[in-house]
Design a protein around this ligand. Structure first.
Ligand code: PDD
Length: 286
């Protein structure tokens, strides 16, 4: 099926959508992005994603070519045009295309930002990985130091994912100075004696929108949360492990670096949090 995508003000068939070879997103990964999930044709936690987008833009002194209200309208239009029931919307804003390759940022008054959105259909509610759990390997975290900004510099996460794939795993946990930072494209958690442990927010990790909601729901459900770094060895000794992301909600981890977590089956807390997450987020889906 040919999707309809949005590029710099136009809705076009994906085969006709084009961006300039001078677009800084293409040349320098000078771009930020968001992925918002869709259930029943509605956007999950759109307010959370736009708040993080505005922060990413402001940290990089980048201007948005559209307002957040316009962005919502474009998301909705694409969901309708592509008949998306379950899946998501990918959004990318770049610093635009100057007239040449230049390390100096162009004046936003002269060079408008670039914007691209497209949808994808993907089953989210009935997920095989949720029932079976995922296996992860650990990989050294060699990304830049501002992981709190959601940029399109994804070569290293992609490299880590390939290492996981070659090891027969679906996910890589990134480790820096002996401690897990996060997953290659998700936030990482362990559970020990009923307490959820996950790294505290800083520029070391992306401030996951799903993370914020899951920790809020955990506290409401009287599950203790400790925000601190943990090691791979501690994770391997945990009662449970899981990851969160916009399109994965909370997914159980059953093996880390070849060591089974507990008895190697998905743990109850990740499952319960996923159920609460879906139920609660549907109430505010737009
Ligand atoms: N990834 N950490 C990293 C490094 C991520 O790339 C992501 C999201 C997360 C989870 O954030 P959120 O809960 O807001 O989705 C954490 C997206 C889904 C991606 O790159 O496809």
């Amino acid at each position: 099926m040919t999707r309809t995508v949005y590029v710099n003000g136009e809705y076009l068939p994906e085969t006709e959508a084009k961006v300039s070879i001078f677009d800084r997103g293409f040349l320098m990964a000078d771009a930020v992005y968001e992925v918002t999930s869709v259930i029943g044709g509605k956007l999950i936690d759109f307010a959370g994603h736009t708040a993080r987008l505005e922060r990413s833009l402001s940290e990089l002194e980048m201007a948005s070519p559209v307002t957040m209200d316009e962005l919502l309208a474009i998301h909705r239009e694409l969901i309708v045009k592509n008949n998306i029931d379950e899946g998501g919307v990918y959004l990318q804003i770049t610093r635009g295309a100057g007239s040449d390759r230049d390390f100096v940022w162009p004046d936003p008054e002269e060079v408008p930002g670039g914007i691209v959105l497209f949808t994808f259909a993907k089953p989210l509610l009935n997920s095989k990985t949720m029932d079976e759990g995922i296996k992860v390997i650990s990989v050294e975290d060699l990304r830049w130091g501002r992981r709190d900004i959601k940029t399109t510099q994804l070569l290293y996460p992609s490299f880590a994912k390939m290492q996981a794939k070659r090891a027969g795993c679906s996910d890589a946990w990134l480790v820096e100075d002996g401690f897990v930072t996060e997953g290659y494209a998700n936030n990482a958690y362990i559970v020990k004696d009923g307490t959820i442990i996950t790294r505290q927010l800083s520029s070391d990790i992306l401030h996951g929108i799903t993370r914020a909601a899951i920790l809020r729901f955990a506290e409401e459900a009287q599950i203790k949360v400790e925000e601190r770094p943990f090691t791979i060895a501690e994770a391997q000794e945990a009662d449970e492990a899981f990851v969160t992301s916009a399109t994965g909600f909370s997914q159980p981890v059953i093996e880390i670096d070849g060591e089974m977590i507990a008895d190697g089956t998905p743990g109850p807390i990740a499952k319960r949090l996923r159920e609460i997450y879906v139920e609660e987020m549907l109430k505010t889906a737009i």
